[in-house]
Ligand binder design. Structure first.
Ligand code: FAD
Length: 499
């Protein structure tokens, strides 16, 4: 990198916030799955104005600019495809700017993590409808908005993107755009659609359209009562039928299914009641008071049992949703690797309920075909299902022993790292997993699946029809004429000239 560029970056953010050590650059340029080329610099801005200056500076040096949050994703959304780039690590932008208790919204900088936001809002008795992901002790609001992240509250409220009222975005030319009703100088950000929905262009975009610097999110009164239910099923097929029927009631906040492999792993760490259970369904239910919640619980229980379920202790949802001391955003160390320190990578597909069983069949057929190869290479799988309002998400995890990544190192506590951090590289299995993951993704796509976190792994522009593709390129070209913002993500190249 030129000394000129580095000095100019330092003059904007200070020397402590410009990273140029080769190991650190490599670490910050990789997610949990993919590593590519290392960025020339990683810069940590603290304000929108600093982002503006950095984008203008990068552009004048013909460098691409790649936004990232905590780096806890798996689809190469911020993994550079060229060395001539700088990464903006937005985690210093973690201020909660305004909580509006009258009009029920919060404006927060996008580098803020879920735990911080949730903790501050708790003191006000308010909450965002969808309120976090399992990595939320670290992962950011900006990462969630860019990758359709879902979990806490998602069975009832969908993804964060469905609950955002507006965003502030720095575009490739350094202009700062606010979307939603906050755009008008006389107004505030209380409404999403004040004319055409310009917010949507910047959501689930894998950071391809601009650098989101703040977001205004809808608030609701925090539910005063929350309870949990779990049910066992003979297999995933019967679980999915029950999951869809329960999802249709629209009263559960979280609905998550686990396959036998996951049940076995949980049984091994003390949840004996999951031993031998073919598939288990875990549900969170919340409401204004216990009376309302109890009515919801009865409705869910009768549907779950009608579909062949048997009730289990509710320890899993209590652990995952309620968390420790009412804090769901716990240490992620135990969840970063498999039960015996294996690396893993998930591949997701989101389908309508009518295709949920087909998505399962595709997965089962695929895993059956691969069984011999997987067993030879020590690869195994597990499946998680989730409800996103009426939509159905299936996540197929592949596990194998391998060297862990810099992201594991950053987030694993010392004990876990000492235990699992020294696996030798296992390129053969890793390459097999890579091939399998592509194959499975393509099979999901043939079913017409949508995906969370497209990044550089799931096809997005490639899946569009010719006219839609042309429109996408026109939008990108308008927002980022030189193609300097996160080139390669969403399948958009750096030059943007092609349609
Ligand atoms: C243990 C564990 C648990 C997880 N649990 C869940 C879960 O429950 N639900 C779920 O959906 N996912 C989950 N994930 C996946 C992932 O952590 C989430 O999707 C998370 O929201 C990613 O946020 P991040 O800050 O790490 O984003 P990053 O990985 O840093 O970035 C993700 C994408 O967003 C873009 N981006 C980030 N910030 C900005 C910005 N300000 N402006 C523009 N673009 C930006 C990046 O370019 C990239 O394309 C989990 C992962 C792990 C390891």
């Amino acid at each position: 990198v030129s000394e000129n560029l580095k000095t100019a970056c330092i003059s904007i953010v200070g020397s402590d916030n410009v990273i140029d050590h080769q190991d650190d650059l490599f670490a910050a340029s990789a997610d949990i799955w993919a590593s590519g080329v290392a960025a020339e610099l990683v810069i940590c801005p603290a304000s929108t104005q600093e982002v503006v200056e950095l984008v203008k500076l990068a552009s004048s040096h013909q460098k691409a600019v790649i936004p990232r949050g905590a780096g806890l994703s798996y689809s190469a959304g911020f993994v550079p495809d060229r060395p001539q780039c700088i990464i903006l690590d937005l985690r210093r932008m973690d201020r909660i700017e305004h909580v509006d208790r009258d009009d029920l919204y919060v404006t927060v900088q996008t580098g803020c993590n879920w735990k911080t936001l949730h903790t501050v809002l708790k003191q006000t008795g308010l909450r965002t409808p969808q309120y976090g992901v399992a990595s939320g002790a670290y992962s950011t609001i900006g990462g969630a908005l860019s990758s359709s992240a879902t979990f806490l509250g998602s069975a009832r409220y969908g993804s964060l993107s469905e609950n955002v009222l507006g965003v502030e975005v720095v575009l490739a030319d350094g202009s700062v755009v606010a979307t939603g009703s906050g755009t008008s100088t006389a107004s505030t950000g209380f409404r999403r659609c004040d004319g055409p929905d310009m917010t949507g262009i910047f959501l689930d975009d894998s950071g391809a359209m601009g650098i989101k610097t703040s977001a205004t999110l809808r608030l609701i009164p925090a539910p005063q009562a929350k309870e949990y239910l779990s049910f066992g099923y003979e297999n995933l097929e019967s679980l999915i039928k029950a999951q869809i029927a329960i999802g249709r009631h629209g009263v559960a906040s979280e609905i998550m299914g686990l396959d036998q492999r996951r049940n076995q792993d949980l049984a091994a760490v003390g949840l004996d009641f999951l031993n031998g259970v073919g598939a288990s369904l875990h549900i969170g239910v919340e409401g204004l008071d216990l009376e309302i919640v109890n009515r919801y619980l009865e409705l869910i229980r009768s549907t779950a049992l009608e579909h062949g379920g048997f009730e289990l202790a509710n320890t899993v949802p209590e652990m995952m949703i309620q968390g420790e001391d009412d804090d769901p955003f716990v240490d992620i160390s135990p969840y970063l690797v498999g039960a015996n320190g294996e690396r893993y990578v998930p591949t997701n597909a989101i389908v309508p309920p009518s295709k949920a069983l087909q998505a399962l069949s595709i997965t089962s057929e695929f895993l059956t075909e691969q069984r011999a190869r997987m067993s030879k290479l020590g690869i195994f799988s597990s499946i998680i299902t989730m409800s996103l309002k009426t939509d159905f998400l299936i996540d197929t995890y592949l596990y194998w022993h391998d060297q862990l990544t810099p992201v594991h190192r950053e987030y694993m506590n010392k004990d876990s790292w000492n235990l699992w951090g020294n696996h030798p590289a296992n390129i053969k299995a890793r390459e097999a997993v890579e091939g399998m993951r592509h194959d499975l993704r393509d099979r999901y796509d043939a079913l017409g699946a949508s995906h969370a976190a497209s990044g550089r792994f799931y096809p997005y522009s490639e899946r569009l029809g010719p006219d839609e593709k042309k429109l996408l390129h026109q939008i990108k070209n308008t927002l980022d004429h030189e193609g300097i913002i996160n080139p390669g993500s969403l399948g958009l190249s750096g030059t943007n000239r092609e349609t």
